[in-house]
Design a protein around this ligand. Structure first.
Ligand SMILES: C[S@@+](CC[C@H](N)C(=O)[O-])C[C@H]1O[C@@H](n2cnc3c(N)ncnc32)[C@H](O)[C@@H]1O
Length: 324
């Protein structure tokens, strides 16, 4: 291929990549999905300052959810910042029934211009972050690592949506392993439909369906405690007598389990479970040892999944039953 063609191809790919990134960042969460998840945290929101820091308040159903449920949840203050790529933006706040008409609605919203563009990393937004108790949003997927790092840096409580791929990010997995973040409740391990606000699709979309997009492998991540997190996974199978159902890895001393529900109740050693195990993870019942540890231990396996009988299988999470 000529140099020119290579450059053209490269820039085409880069543009496509950029477009996909921008597109993924403009998927808006449906109110029904927000409701299904957030009602589990009802008690956490009482008397708290909630900040939605990646939320155009005109569009975001996160803002709508908290505005509608402001009194029901007993929220102290609701804040959302709108993001602009290149110009100053604004923030919205609700602190209560300002006009004393007996309900929280649009008339209670306080709009304040921002000097900066509403980027969650901007000093202005970081100041709001410091003031807030709980951060709730669906941040841009392309900035997820940075986004989460900032939440941890400021020791914030949060409920956020992210790709399940994030579990495999080294620094994020460490937080999961050390029980500083977990996955709950709704659409964990699955897919969800988002409202597609990407301007090109939006402009050409002729019907409502084209505005919805199915995104696989999305989940909720939080560090708010819930009852479900302390419930044991009911185990009913035994390793003893069924050894042939649990082959051992060629390159690691652990048994393989294909489905979380098949984790044996009597095996005290290392178990390679599917990543979807995290949906059912109770840190009092199981300990997370690592993710694809063999890659670190055996550099020659670095680019491969673990093997069973010489056959490669999808990556696993390594766990151990703490109660045995
Ligand atoms: C995946 S969308 C989700 C929007 C909304 N939270 C929801 O779930 O409906 C991510 C949002 O973050 C905004 N955004 C992109 N980059 C941002 C940044 N650096 N700081 C703050 N917001 C940003 C996007 O414009 C978009 O509105």
């Amino acid at each position: 291929m000529s140099e020119l063609k290579t450059i053209k191809k490269k820039s085409h790919n880069t543009n496509l990549h950029k477009a996909n990134r921008a597109k993924n960042d403009e998927f808006y969460t449906q109110l029904s999905d927000i409701e299904k998840e957030l009602h589990h945290y009802k008690n956490h929101f009482k008397d708290k300052i909630i900040f939605c820091n990646c939320d155009d308040p005109q569009e975001s159903h996160f803002w709508k959810y908290f505005q509608m449920n402001f009194e029901y949840l007993g929220i102290k203050k609701l804040i959302a910042t709108h993001y602009e790529t290149e110009k100053p933006s604004y923030k919205l706040e609700i602190i209560g029934d300002r006009n004393e008409d007996g309900r929280i609605n649009m008339l209670d919203i306080i709009t304040t211009p921002l000097k900066q563009n509403g980027d969650f990393r901007s000093p202005e937004c970081i100041e709001i972050l410091k003031e807030a108790d709980i951060i709730v949003t669906n941040p841009p997927f392309s900035l997820f690592r940075e986004y989460v790092a900032q939440l941890f840096e400021h020791e914030k409580k949060f409920v956020i949506i992210g790709s399940q791929n994030a579990i495999t990010y080294k620094e994020f997995f460490k937080h999961i392993k050390e029980n500083r973040v977990w996955l709950w409740y709704w659409f964990t391990g699955g897919a969800a439909h988002f409202i597609n606000k990407y301007y090109e699709d939006y402009a050409t979309a002729g019907n409502h369906k084209a505005w919805m997009i199915r995104v696989s492998w999305v989940t909720w991540f939080t560090n708010l405690d819930t009852k479900k997190r302390h419930e044991d996974l009911i185990l009913y199978k035994t390793y003893l007598g069924n050894e042939n159902e649990y082959p051992k890895y060629d390159n690691y001393d652990a048994i393989n389990v294909n489905k979380t529900k098949d984790i044996p109740m009597d095996y005290s050693g290392a178990i390679w479970a599917p990543i979807t195990f995290l949906d059912k993870y109770n840190p009092e019942q199981f300990e997370i040892l690592w993710l694809d540890d063999h890659r670190l231990m055996y550099p020659e396996w670095r680019w491969r999944w673990p093997d069973i009988d010489g056959k490669s299988i999808y990556r696993r999470i390594i766990i151990r039953n703490k109660k045995l």
